[in-house]
Design a protein around this ligand. Sequence first.
Ligand code: PLP
Length: 403
Amino acid sequence: MIEDSIREEFPILGREVNGKPLIYLDNVATSQTPRVVVEEIARLYGTSKANVHRGVHTLSQEATELQEECRRRVQRHINAESHEEIIFTRGTTEAINLVASSYGQRFRDGDEIILTVMEHHANIVPWQLIGNHADVKIRVVDINERGELDLEQYRSLFNERTVMAAFCHVSNVLGTQNPVKDMIATAHAHGVPVLVDGAQASPHLRIDVRDLDCDFYVFSAHKMYGPTGVGVLYGRKRLLEEMPPYQGGGEMIKHVTFEKTTYAELPFKFEAGTPDFIGIAAFAKAFDFLDRIGLENIEAHELELLRYTTSLLTELEGVHIYGTAPGKGPVISFNVGNAHNYDVGLLLDRLGVAVRTGHHCAQPLMERLGVPGTVRAGFAVYNTKEECDSFVAALKRIMPMLM
Ligand code: PLP
């Protein structure tokens, strides 16, 4: 059971919005940050700021050690075989762009990539950018009325031209948790590598990249109670070794002349320039937080809030929920009658409730659902049943104005 004391670790939860206590349900976009992470950022800026990897002096060595400790922390957290398989990026988006632009250099005209209709734009557009050098075709897996992938169609899309399959672990709109382990096995049976977008799974689920047997797994720190500007690309070492660098600059080289440059070993080959080393070091504190509470406890709490709120919303006439797959993650996307999602969001904000509105960076999915957008509420470890009650009460209050 989640204790009240957890809320006290998040100073922002004590603030008011529009004269009402804040009810923060925009956790799918970003979760709030516990004091341990905020304080670590302030401490490092205040006492230990020095650039990593370039200095022999003490501060630089301390900063380097903190960054590399976080790398080992991520490695343990997702059960990667080696710390060399952990690349720090700016977030999920940059991690996918890295794979698409580096691994994607081997793609040729006529090659095919399998995506799903529920992908975030971050897992669509980078693959389209490959079109700048090769005419690659994107094949799309559809969903059923509950928001589950059509796995038969998925299996049927593989052929000798398939060069990559990339899909989310958990949908940021529908909450659907995809059977990624089986989907990876299917792709591997066809000799096709897989990238899993774990942005919405990593805050709630225990990730084991060796058990999943995925080739690439990506996620963002800011959705996991960590700092902004930090993300992770896990890549299978053999593939990362074969891949050309993504960006050039400092840190990623072995030796530079005007004629020729040789590159650093993994993981630095893919980390050009000064990383957000303070953010990375503070990310380690988010893992402390997750481990102290336990991902299993976090997930159980969030799923209880999901079950509770879904049952309350289902009783409201005119509320339509998108995504009802069994085993879905803690996110509810909905619309209220014919009201525009934006109006619902604005009115809820007047009552202190923060939800997300719009297409959620998933325009193809919105088109598939036949709506311009939805209202989205997502739950985190610090949300309470009382907040769910207040959210539904606020919705009841504004519904007569909208319908
Ligand atoms: N993929 C999914 C499923 C997401 O939900 C998000 C963000 O909401 C992203 C990718 C992009 O993450 P970021 O903006 O942190 O790079």
